[in-house]
Design a protein around this ligand. Structure first.
Ligand code: OSB
Ligand code: MG
Length: 369
C-alpha cells in the first residue's frame, strides 16, 4: 500500500485518580496517537511514552522527534507491503521502542483492516476473552490501599498488583495478606531496589505472591539472576526485556520465570509476538502489561493477549479504571467473569470517536506526500 498521509497528535487525558509508582506520580496521561492513511483505509496506533522520563528514557518529545524526523519520512509516499517492512525501518534506529511501536501499531490496524480480519485473528489470537487484573499505584496509607483492593475485587478483577518501594513493602504486603489471605496478588517495584536489598525482597517469599515484578535496575539481567536464585517467588521482568534476545538471555541465565510483554517497551507488536512465541515454546508464562493506555492502545494490547501463551491476567483493566471518558465508543468494560472481550471487527475493532480525540488533542501535525 502507498502511504498517503500520516497524522500525529499529542493527547492529554485526565486520570480518574493519580497513579503513583516508585519513580513518580502521574495526574494526567499524555500519549501520541499515530494515524496512517492508505487506499481509503486508516490505521491507529498509540505511543505510550510519557511527558516525563521515569519508566523509560523516552518521552513524548523524543518520540515526536523520532517519528517526524526519521520514521514518518521513511514510510510516507512509499509502497509498504507488510508490517515486517515497518519493523525493519524501526530497527535501523537504536532504541526508541515506544515511538517505533506506535507507528507499527497503526500499520497493524491498517493491514488487518485490509485483510478484513480483527487484529486478534491477524496476529494469531485464539481467545475470545482475556483474563484481566488491575495495577494499583502507591497509596497514602495501607487502609486506603485495602479499600481500593476490596473495590476492585468486588468489580471482578482476577488479580491484584500493587506497587512497592523500599519502606512500602513487607509490612504493606503483610497487611494485604491478613485481609485477603487467598487472592492472586503480586508486587511491582519498577526498579526501586538494589542488590543490597535482597534480604528484604526474600522476606516477601512468605506471602505467596504470584510474582515480584522488576525489583532491580531497568536494564539489568545479571543481578536479577542472583536474586532469583535466592527467591521462591518467581521474578517477572518488565523494564529489562527490550527484545526477544533479552528474553532468551533472561530465561537462560535464570533472571526471571515470567515475562511482562508490553508492545511499546519492545518496539512493537511484531517483537512482542516473537517474545510470546519464544516463551510459549519453552512453557514460560507471559502476560500483557499496560501503560495506562487509552482505548486505542488498549485494543491492540487486548488483541495481543488473545495469543495462546498469555495465560496470566494482564494489566488490561476496563476503560473506567483509568478515565471518565475513553476515546473509543463503546469503551472497554469488565465482564462479570473478570475478562475483557476481544474485539471482533476489522483491525483494532473499536470505533475511534474523533470528537473525543479532538477534545483531548493538545498538538497536531499532518504529513502529506
Ligand atoms: O510498570 O507496569 C508498569 C503504568 C505505567 C508505567 C509502568 C507500569 C504501569 C502499570 C499500570 O503498572 C498498568 C496499567 O494498568 O496500564
Ligand atoms: Mg511493571
Amino acid at each position: 500500500m502507498i502511504i498517503e498521509r500520516v497524522e500525529l497528535r499529542v493527547i492529554r487525558m485526565q486520570l480518574k485518580e493519580p497513579f503513583e509508582t516508585s519513580f513518580g506520580r502521574e495526574h494526567d496521561r499524555e500519549a501520541i496517537l499515530v494515524t496512517v492513511y492508505a487506499d481509503g483505509l486508516e490505521g491507529w496506533g498509540e505511543v505510550v511514552a510519557s511527558r516525563d522520563f521515569g519508566y523509560s528514557y523516552e518521552t513524548i518529545e523524543t518520540a515526536w522527534h523520532v517519528l517526524r524526523t526519521f520514521l514518518i519520512p521513511a514510510v510516507l509516499g512509499q509502497e509498504i507491503p507488510d508490517v515486517e517492512t515497518v519493523a525493519r525501518i524501526g530497527e535501523r534506529l537504536r532504541g526508541h521502542p515506544m515511538a517505533r511501536a506506535g507507528l507499527e501499531a497503526a500499520f497493524w490496524d491498517l493491514f488487518a483492516r485490509r485483510a478484513g480480519l480483527s487484529l486478534a485473528r491477524y496476529l494469531g489470537g485464539v481467545r475470545e476473552r482475556v483474563p484481566v487484573g488491575v495495577s494499583i499505584g502507591l497509596q497514602p496509607t495501607d487502609e486506603i490501599l485495602l479499600e481500593k483492593i476490596r473495590g476492585y475485587l468486588e468489580e471482578g478483577y482476577q488479580r491484584i498488583k500493587v506497587k512497592i518501594k523500599p519502606g512500602r513493602d513487607v509490612e504493606m504486603i503483610a497487611a494485604i495478606r491478613r485481609m485477603f489471605p487467598e487472592i492472586p496478588l503480586m508486587a511491582d517495584a519498577n526498579s526501586a531496589y538494589r542488590l543490597e536489598d535482597a534480604d528484604r525482597l526474600a522476606a516477601l517469599d512468605e506471602f505467596r505472591l504470584m510474582m515480584i515484578e522488576q525489583p532491580f535496575h531497568w536494564d539489568d539481567l545479571y543481578e536479577h539472576s542472583l536474586l532469583q536464585a535466592r527467591l521462591r517467588t518467581p521474578i517477572c521482568l518488565d523494564e529489562s526485556i527490550h527484545t526477544a534476545r533479552h528474553a532468551r538471555a533472561a530465561l537462560e541465565m535464570g533472571a526471571c520465570r515470567i515475562i511482562n510483554i508490553k508492545p511499546g517497551r519492545v518496539g512493537g507488536l511484531l517483537e512482542a509476538k516473537r517474545i510470546h512465541d519464544l516463551c510459549h515454546a519453552r512453557g514460560v508464562p507471559v502476560w500483557c502489561g499496560g501503560m495506562l493506555e487509552t482505548g486505542i492502545g488498549r485494543a491492540a494490547n487486548v488483541a495481543l493477549a488473545s495469543l495462546p501463551g498469555f495465560t496470566l491476567p494482564g494489566d488490561l483493566s476496563a476503560s473506567d479504571r483509568y478515565y471518565h471518558e475513553d476515546l473509543i465508543d463503546p469503551p472497554f468494560v469488565l465482564n462479570p467473569d473478570g475478562t475483557l472481550s476481544v474485539p471482533t471487527g476489522p483491525g483494532l475493532g473499536v470505533h475511534v470517536d474523533r470528537r473525543k480525540v479532538d477534545r483531548a488533542t493538545v498538538r497536531m501535525e499532518a504529513f502529506q506526500r
